[in-house]
Design a protein around this ligand. Structure first.
Ligand code: C2G
Length: 731
């Protein structure tokens, strides 16, 4: 006999459904059935479902998208369990959460048993870790009785773009709701009406603590839009309408469960008003906010009396009197107080405040260019070479600023240097007409309509990026959103070849044409003479009688410290290398700029040197006879020199399948061997001539595909395009 019928409407991403079904599978509930409504998806889903033969899945297929209300109703019509349970295909469960509801149902025989829903951007295994953290405070029962607690969970605490009441994560006795269905005429917000009807028929509630349902915030609004994302971000009228409708439905109901529900719904909308709406109101001055939303919130504020405290007293009074001026004044004062408290705690906020309130009102200077490379850590990469070209040729036309954290860094022409996030930095960012950057800029900077961003990016991609990544394992689960926002803001985006142009367009959803000019940072690889190479070698005190190897691995998305800095463990065994090839070779070890760990190579003096803090890796390429890397984009640049490359890919399987995946077939397309142990690396170095021969054809093809645009003139091409009006008209 089936105890639970789990109803899942499915219309989008298989990788989300995978998490959902895996989490249900791990609950190992024998007397459960899954009714999977295939809502306008193609047949490939059947092959995918073969992985779940151990689950009792009943699929019902609709060729056209039928809407979530009809899909759930179909589930209800076909359910054979004593209880029904709704979960969405893009959501998943925390460990044992369904079991906790199941056990409570067996024990109490209540009509409705539910747990807490938590919004999250994390993938499943990271969600569990996040729950442990103190800032994610689950909703505890405390002194509440079961009915109050269960209704509180039903309504939820956070209301931003979410249904005020949800049917998700509730076990509902099926025979109590045989005549209740979702309204199929509506596309959004169908839950609350359904749930109010459900509540009409039931009396026994049981809220379970620590049974969590993860409501996934989709990570890719461009390619996979959720229902909530279809709604315009700031359409608060829709949100308020839901509230008014609930109030209307509850109007004549005097039963205590409805009284509790009434109060919970108002509490939630009050919190929403207090934390989100009022803040947005200050920022938005347009008609819609001043008239429509203001009228709506004034009306709602008449229900707020029971939640007013000393901090909100005056602003609510102003709302109730429809006095917009006085309302704004009180809300402003409240947020000033909040800001002040934050500024006292985090002093950098003071700089941001000055930027927003003062500097950003300064005039933009047409001839000012601000440059930044790797977050101000180095004077390097394409911004360096663009700067040097502009400085060499047009220094009289521009005022140059460099963002550099170590102000003692030597930069030709001695431009003004500012430390990132300093007061001067914000002032210069606000005043510069052009920002030249090789990465994403901090979200707190607002580009004005008359500012121009030239993004050079920082490498031909091998690892999947932005919107092309499947599941996000990085510290920042909102990385895809950030890519879209940056793509929208960049006026110029530079690429090294056709392959990169296509990727940049898709991973950023970049709306303009990419400038396919080659990389300024590779100009030096074609232009440097013997003298320059010797100078670099000398500056590092390198032996002249040994060949130089550069080992430059990348970082791993899943290895980071809590603070957000990245870990690195050196897996190349230097002692073995030293013993085997130390007489002929010298090795430069360079970790990625994200890596926080400092290497200690003191025991390998005379054989190895840590060059992680060396400004410009292009200069290191120039002096190296051989490159060892892994999944870093460095080999695309190094290949311009046509020197041998080895890949030390000791964690390839994990990297390829779990972390990000690659754009090219690393097994077949890279111009050197994949090596998995230090011994294999040693062997290849000892037989480097044979390796070169073996890979020579592949190397030629690779060079043609990825390096053929670079020729030492990329900076010139970009300057002529970006600053063409300025340079030609001024001449
Ligand atoms: N880099 C470096 N030293 C390393 C690794 C990288 O100096 N040990 C520099 C190189 O200029 C390289 C750039 O940082 O091209 C980007 O490094 P990747 O290892 O490719 O990794 P990531 O920063 O994730 O960038 O399109 C490229 C991607 O954005 C990857």
């Amino acid at each position: 006999m089936t105890f639970i019928s789990i109803i899942i409407p499915f219309s989008t991403e298989k990788r989300y459904l995978r998490d959902c079904l895996n989490s249900i599978g791990e609950e190992k509930i024998d007397d459960a059935e899954i009714i999977l409504i295939l809502n306008g998806v193609d047949d490939s889903v059947y092959e995918f479902l073969e992985n779940y033969n151990n689950l009792n899945i009943n699929t019902i297929q609709f060729d056209e998208e039928i809407g979530v209300a009809k899909a759930r109703n179909t589930g209800l019509d076909n359910a054979s369990g004593e209880y029904v349970y709704f979960i969405d295909a893009d959501d998943y469960l925390n460990k044992n959460s369904l079991n906790k509801l199941y056990n409570a149902a067996k024990k109490t025989n209540a009509d409705l048993i539910n747990g807490e829903r938590i919004n999250t951007s994390f993938i499943r295994n990271r969600f569990n870790e996040e729950l442990e953290k103190p800032h994610n405070k689950p909703l505890k029962k405390g002194k509440l009785n079961n009915m109050n607690y269960s209704i509180k969970l039903l309504v939820g605490t956070k209301t931003d773009k979410q249904e005020l009441m949800s049917c998700l994560h509730c076990l509902i006795k099926k025979d109590k709701i045989s005549n209740i269905r979702f309204d199929e005429n509506k596309r959004f917000f169908t839950d609350y009406e359904f749930m109010i009807n459900v509540l009409e028929n039931i009396n026994e509630f049981y809220g379970v603590e620590d049974a969590f349902y993860a409501k996934r915030l989709r990570d890719d609004p461009i390619n996979i839009t959720s229902l909530n994302q279809e709604i315009e971000a700031d359409d608060f009228s829709l949100h308020f309408k839901q509230y008014f409708k609930i109030k209307e439905l509850l109007n004549n109901k005097s039963d205590s469960k409805f009284e509790i529900l009434n109060s919970e719904v108002t509490n939630t909308i009050f919190n929403f008003y207090y934390h989100i709406f009022s803040h947005k109101f200050l920022k938005n001055k347009d008609e819609r906010w001043r008239n429509i939303y203001f009228d709506e919130i004034c009306e709602i504020s008449n229900d707020f009396n029971e939640f007013i405290n000393w901090k909100s007293k005056y602003e609510i009074k102003a709302l109730q009197n429809r006095n917009i001026k006085s309302f704004e004044k009180f809300v402003k004062t409240r947020f000033c107080y909040v800001d002040l408290k934050r500024i006292l705690k985090d002093h950098w906020l003071f700089n941001v405040l000055l930027y927003n309130e003062i500097y950003n009102k300064n005039e933009v200077k047409d001839n000012k260019i601000i440059f930044i490379s790797f977050g101000g850590k180095y004077y390097s990469d394409s911004p360096k070479y663009l700067y040097e070209y502009l400085y060499e040729n047009y220094r009289d036309k521009f005022e140059f600023i460099w963002v550099i954290n170590d102000k003692s860094t030597k930069i030709p022409g001695n431009p003004k240097k500012v430390k990132r996030f300093s007061l001067e930095y914000y002032k210069e960012v606000a005043e510069s007409k052009y920002w030249v950057t090789n990465g994403r800029h901090p979200a707190r900077l607002t580009k004005k309509h008359n500012q121009v961003i030239v993004s050079t990016w920082h490498g031909t991609p091998l690892k999947r990026l932005g919107l092309d990544i499947g599941d996000v394992y990085t510290k920042n689960p909102n990385i895809k959103k950030s890519y879209i926002e940056h793509g929208e803001e960049w006026d110029y985006l530079i690429s090294s070849n056709k392959y990169t142009s296509n990727i940049l367009k898709s991973c950023f959803a970049y709306p303009r044409d990419v400038l396919e000019t080659g990389y300024p940072r590779n100009d030096i690889l074609y232009n440097a003479g013997e003298n320059q190479i010797n100078q670099i070698k000398e500056s590092l005190n390198l032996p002249n009688d040994k060949k130089i190897i550069l080992y430059a691995p990348t970082w791993r998305d899943d290895e980071f410290y809590d603070s957000g800095s990245i870990k690195f463990t050196l897996k190349l065994e230097l002692d073995k290398l030293k013993e085997a090839i130390g007489d002929k070779y010298f090795i430069l070890v360079r970790t990625h700029y994200f890596i926080a760990d400092k290497l200690d190579l003191s025991e390998y003096e005379g054989f190895a040197l840590d060059v992680s803090r060396y400004e410009d890796i292009a200069e290191l390429y120039l002096i190296s006879d051989l490159l060892i890397t892994d999944y870093s984009s460095v080999f695309f640049d190094f290949a311009n020199l046509k020197r041998p490359i080895l890949y030390y890919t000791y964690d390839l399987e994990k990297y390829e399948s779990m972390l990000r995946g690659f754009y090219i077939n690393i097994h077949k397309e890279v111009p050197g061997p994949l090596l998995f142990t230090t011994e294999e690396v040693i062997d290849s170095i000892k037989n480097i001539e044979a390796v070169k021969k073996e890979y020579s054809e592949r190397y030629d093809e690779f060079y043609e595909r990825f390096c053929s645009i670079d020729d030492g003139n990329a900076s010139k091409r970009i300057v002529n395009e970006v600053w063409k009006n300025k340079l030609y008209f001024d001449n």
